[in-house]
Design a protein around this ligand. Structure first.
Ligand SMILES: [Cu+2]
Length: 219
């Protein structure tokens, strides 16, 4: 019989806490690996990352390796999606409203996704060696459903935590009946945001993001 694995995470070390707002602990990916998850079937799986309101949605998309991601363009303007470092490298070109493109991700890793004409657009596809994963909500709670009994490593990812920090959080977890993992605190200290370049490795032209003309740029 399979079981659910639940728990919660908190993000800490990100400067002075703001007591006027509830903290936002969303966007942490939690996943389980074991020798058995390496051979888990992924054939035919699809996931979706929307292009809507000049935003990739969801911003963080975990998938099992072998999954295809569709990028439907729901805006009245052209978009692109590309990734040119780490993870899987791809570029699905510039495509018009109402169309979609797909990319299959074979190799586990962190894929940072950008749009070549809108510098504000970014997302992360986390390609995993496992079908057992979840993303935390604002409260930090997560739930990985329908996990076969066994012993796993549990892993954590957040875009503002360093890989060194995240590696130290990996731990063993034994899944028998419903399993609750103790609270995990993820430190954002040491994180340095870096401005990204366009697909040619150059800075984005300053006027492109709000030109209002929505014309395709000249290559
Ligand atoms: Cu775009």
């Amino acid at each position: 019989m399979n079981a659910n694995v639940t728990g919660s995470v908190q993000l800490v070390g990100n400067g002075a806490p703001d007591s006027r707002h509830k903290p936002d602990y969303s966007g942490v990916v939690v996943w389980l690996t074991s020798p058995a998850t390496l051979s888990a079937q992924s054939a035919g799986k699809h996931a979706v990352m929307l292009q809507k309101g000049k935003t990739f949605t969801p911003h963080i998309l975990p998938i099992q390796a072998g999954t295809s991601v569709d990028f439907p363009n729901l805006d009245p303007i052209f978009h692109n999606a590309f990734s040119n470092f780490d993870g899987e490298i791809f570029d699905i070109g510039l495509y018009p409203p109402g169309q979609s493109r797909s990319v299959r991700f074979e190799r586990p890793g962190i894929v940072r996704v950008f749009c070549n004409i809108h510098p504000s657009m970014s997302a992360i596809i986390l390609v995993l060696n496992s079908p057992y994963f979840a993303v935390s909500g604002r409260s930090g709670e997560y739930k990985i459903e329908n996990v076969p009994r066994g012993t796993y490593n549990i892993h954590f990812f957040h875009e503002r935590a360093t890989s060194t920090t995240l590696d130290t959080l990996t731990q063993r977890v034994t899944v028998s009946s419903t399993t609750c993992v103790p609270l995990i605190r993820i430190s954002e200290s040491g994180y340095l945001p870096v401005a990204h370049k366009n697909k040619y490795g150059q800075d984005y032209p300053p006027a492109n993001d709000d030109a209002g003309s929505y014309k395709a740029p000249v290559k």
